[in-house]
Design a protein around this ligand. Sequence first.
Ligand code: TYD
Length: 213
Amino acid sequence: MNLFITLEGPDGGGKSSQAEGLAEYLRAENIEVLLTREPGGSPIGDQIRNVIMELENTDMDARTEFLLFSASRAQHIAEVIRPNLENGLTVISDRFFDSSLAYQGYGQRLPLDTLKAITNFATSGLTPDLTLLLDLPVEEGLRRREADGNWNRMDAYDIDFHRRVRRGYLNLAAETPERWVILNAEQSFAALQDEIRHAVMARLKPEPTDTDK
Ligand code: TYD
């Protein structure tokens, strides 16, 4: 069985390095993996990402931002995610549509129902099998971002914006709890990686239940 796994959460939770660690671990378990990320993930998607992330684009309307993320995602799915899932690979994406719902929906306060409808169109209904939420307090996330020099246009939004994003993620997780695993991203890299591996292996190779015996 192959899975479509996404990593989500506020900035600075270490998603990218955790995703790499997970991919490495699964490959060592002889599971074929494709690791990808949003925004971007395909050559056309990367060009759209550059427009979104450019620090000089301070006049970007929130709707434009949402539609660009969605456009990039549609391409990412068509070119990368769907073909690899169909070929039997487990696909790990560092961010996916929940980022748009959290940042543009809760953060920018665009209407969630409309965003969900557009998302459904952009993704043609593709939903992750498992979403790992790397949750941490906003101040800690932003402190880490500044420390590692990865500051981008999104990070420059005010602290209340980032608080709404975090709360948004927790609300989204509560709406479909069977898809989400919430993890504390304040713990050490190794401890968090361990929890991620366990959560993924529990889905990939579920323990036999009594009725299977
Ligand atoms: P990036 O530096 O690529 O990733 P990360 O923060 O995960 O290291 O920046 C992506 C930024 O874009 C991040 O602040 C979240 C934001 N974002 C959205 O606002 N909406 C989206 O749909 C996606 C995919 C990302």
